[in-house]
Design a protein around this ligand. Structure first.
Ligand SMILES: *Cc1c(COP(=O)(O)O)cnc(C)c1O
Length: 357
């Protein structure tokens, strides 16, 4: 009835709605710090742009090329407009890359732990997944990844900063890695959280000008606060770009999503404010976890992954007190999205009471 590869999947578990959870736990207020969403909302420019959208266009198919958004992004990054591909969220781009590149029996190198969708979609295409452990500090182990290369390797997934550890690799490190990888292997660098890195020149987008086997992924869902609108994109060169374009769904971005994304993308002041606040709050989280003697990884993103002993118990305790965080990624560990300052201090207060009771 179905293909063999889909019989043994570990499907992505989407978030329950806040209303459902509130009802289930009898809560008045519940703050979701489990999905790495932007706790500060999105740019006010988004509402303004959508208000002036012509609903009379609702019956028309959207611009298949998302030209307006395409121009904004290509201009900012100084790349060719033809080197951009949009998806209904980065999720769809990840699915498309697997669909276009992988055949049954191909090999994929996937760090453990990392974002689970790489593995899911590689599996659906019948690829064999080679998982390479992170190093002790939670960083991707590029030397170990290199050792797993075989003539069958088709994709290497590099999440940078890595979800869920938050660890960040410098572009120079990724460049040396790319120099050692054969052209036949596509290296996919997922920069979903790159805006949160507190340094300059952290992206490898410019390296796509040099490496034809490099694909860089970005999303509007995190720092731009637009998760509900589902806009992500890939930067890469032909010929891969042409194949991806040929295989994608023609109208995968609604005009509504394109209008929202263009407005959000242009409001760099909003993103700067969010990123600065997150950076300050991250320092406070580091201090708090250090003080509580809870092990954690060095995060450059808007979340922190920490070890909590009985993580089910702490997860449940925080949920009953109105804060949902992410459990189930690694036994004993929890990932918390860095939220608004008042929520971060509230969670820290709850945790201090829990651990020092
Ligand atoms: C959130 C996330 C995505 C998915 O982003 P969408 O654009 O919302 O689909 C992709 N990669 C990583 C690492 C993420 O954490």
């Amino acid at each position: 009835m179905v293909k063999e590869s889909v019989k043994h999947l570990n499907p992505y578990v989407p978030e329950k709605t806040l209303d459902d959870l509130k009802k289930q736990y009898g809560l008045k207020k519940l703050v979701r710090l489990s999905a790495n969403e932007n706790a500060f909302g999105t740019s006010p420019e988004v509402a303004r742009a959508l208000d002036s959208w012509h609903f009379s266009d609702a019956n028309l198919y959207p611009d298949s090329n998302a030209e307006v958004l395409r121009r904004s992004i290509a201009t900012r990054f100084n790349i060719s407009e033809d080197h951009l591909l949009f998806g209904n969220g980065l999720d769809e781009v990840i699915e498309l890359l697997c669909r276009v590149i992988l055949e049954p029996g191909d090999e994929v190198i996937d760090p453990a732990l990392t974002f689970s969708e790489y593995q899911l979609h590689s599996q659906i295409e019948g690829a064999k997944i080679k998982r390479v452990a992170l190093d002790d500090a939670g960083y991707l182990n590029l030397a170990a990844i290199k050792r797993q290369l075989t003539p069958k390797t088709k994709i290497i997934w590099i999440c940078n900063p890595n979800n869920p550890t938050g660890t960040f690799l410098e572009p120079a490190t990724i460049k040396s890695f790319l120099e050692a990888i054969p052209d036949s292997v596509t290296v996919i660098v997922d920069e979903a959280y790159i805006d949160f890195v507190n340094e300059k020149n952290v992206s490898v987008i410019q390296l796509t000008k040099q490496f034809n086997n490099l694909v860089v992924l970005r999303t509007l869902s995190k720092a731009y606060g637009l998760a509900n609108f589902r806009v992500g994109y890939a930067v890469c060169n032909p010929p891969l770009m042409a194949y991806l374009q040929a295989a994608r769904l023609p109208y995968n971005l609604s005009t509504f999503a394109e209008v929202a994304a263009t407005a959000a993308f242009k409001d760099t002041e909003f993103v700067k404010r969010v990123v600065n606040t997150i950076a300050e709050e991250r320092i406070k989280w580091n201090r708090f976890l250090t003080k509580q003697k809870l092990p954690f990884y060095e995060s450059s993103a808007n979340f922190i992954f920490f070890k909590a002993g009985n993580s089910d118990k702490l997860h449940d305790y925080l949920l009953r007190n109105g804060y949902l965080i992410r459990n189930g990624l690694k036994p004993g560990w929890l990932r918390i999205t860095i939220g608004r300052p008042e929520d971060n201090s509230a969670v820290q207060k709850l945790m201090a009471a829990y651990f020092n009771a």
